[in-house]
Write a protein that binds this ligand. Structure first.
Ligand code: NAP
Ligand code: ZN
Length: 349
């Protein structure tokens, strides 16, 4: 079927209008008309081939909310008109240890990403959510409560689950002191979610201009990371640190803030590596550093339900799709409040 969207044709050219074909929905597929798509920093990394392995043309976008337009004959969970979401994955092998355990994001055979992956059904590439529609096997489609602001729900499909999953995995709860590093798309969701889980939350930012926003979003305290005195005063304080920074930096500055047995989980994936962290800083208080990748499908549904229950959505700036390249430039300047979301009504045929 015919689709339109915005694509990167090469890693060094701006995204532009693009016409392409998607597979017709099969028996187990759901066809979705896209209403909104969030703009993740990963879209920029991939469109500019900063991680290697990018295939062009590429239609980015993995924070998708839309309405079901068609369902295959064997689809049981969705019907035409339902409000649904699609995140970073559209399929996985479904038989490895990790898929069996509900961790499709860690599929041993490689999950099928919403864009820039080889599609099982056609052998062609997957194309993402900067487009008018998408076809996804029903197991990778999420239910969305349409009492929420749907544009603000879109970023939950990546920024929301990527911060929810490590907070849950590391057992964040009332009484814990949690720090979130970087107030961008992921960071602002981290603050909201950690707060809703009952933690005492500190935002650590490079941007003094974001202090009042951090507090409005739910942070109990804010530290400016460039202020050495503030950083020193926070040593040995946190049970858990969620680090969302997208550029290489000295990890010791933050791991020093962990208390005994504290963990810092990295979710930012910079184009170049971080300087190696000091083993001494880790050993000195049995601290650990971990990584975390999005979350499984069942956990993503759990996160969406948690957000609906707590009235949590992203703080967004809605954009016209024709301004996507400016949005990327602003993202590089940390000038996002706090997620760009594309209004797909602005996409012409
Ligand atoms: P974003 O909106 O651009 O936010 C990143 C934030 O990092 C900025 O707003 C800024 O916050 C802070 N920052 C920027 N430069 C910095 C510097 N030099 N030193 C310290 N902090 C700096 O990006 P995002 O969409 O949240 O994504 C963040 C990273 O996570 C990206 O690398 C992305 O690819 C990755 N990601 C990973 C997963 C996963 O599954 N692990 C999923 C999605 C995204 P302040 O102004 O507050 O300092
Ligand atoms: Zn993302």
């Amino acid at each position: 079927m015919k689709s339109v969207g915005y694509a990167a044709q090469t890693s060094d050219k701006p995204l532009q209008h693009f016409s392409f074909e998607r597979r017709e929905p099969g028996e187990q597929d759901v066809q979705i008309d896209i209403l909104y798509c969030g703009v993740c920093h990963s879209d920029l990394h991939l469109a500019r081939n900063e991680w290697g392995g990018s295939v062009f043309p590429m239609v980015p976008g993995h924070e998708i909310v839309g309405k079901v337009a068609k369902v295959g004959s064997k689809v049981t969970k969705f019907k035409v008109g339902d409000t649904v979401g699609v995140g970073c994955m559209v399929d996985s092998c479904k038989h490895c240890e990790n898929c069996d355990d509900g961790y499709e994001q860690y599929c041993d055979n490689g999950f099928i990403a919403t864009y820039n992956s080889e599609e099982k059904q056609t052998g062609g590439m997957t194309y993402g959510g900067y487009s008018n529609n998408i076809v996804v096997t029903e197991d990778f489609v999420l239910r969305v409560d349409d009492s929420l602001d749907l544009a603000g729900v879109a970023p939950l499909l990546c920024a929301g689950i990527t911060t929810y999953s490590p907070l849950r995995h590391w057992g964040v709860k009332a009484g814990h002191k949690v720090a979130v590093v970087g107030l961008g798309g992921l960071g602002h969701m981290g603050v909201k979610l950690a707060k809703a889980m009952g933690a005492e939350v500190t935002m650590i930012t490079t941007s003094p201009s974001k202090v009042s926003d951090a507090k409005r979003l739910g942070a109990d305290h804010v530290i400016i990371s460039k202020n050495e005195d503030e950083m020193k005063a926070a040593r040995n304080r946190f049970d858990f640190i969620l680090n969302t920074v997208a550029v290489p930096h000295n990890l010791d500055d933050y791991s020093n803030l962990l208390r005994r047995d504290g963990n810092m989980t990295l979710v930012g994936l910079p184009a170049e590596p971080h300087p190696s962290p000091s083993v001494g800083v880790l050993i000195g208080k049995r601290r650990s550093i971990a990584g975390s990748l999005i979350g499984g499908i069942a956990e993503t549904q759990e996160m969406l339900d948690f957000c609906a229950e707590h009235g949590i959505t992203a703080d967004i700036e809605m954009i016209d799709i024709s301004t996507i390249n400016d949005a990327y430039e602003r993202m590089l300047k940390s000038d996002v409040k706090y997620r760009f979301v594309i209004d797909m009504e602005t996409l012409s045929a």
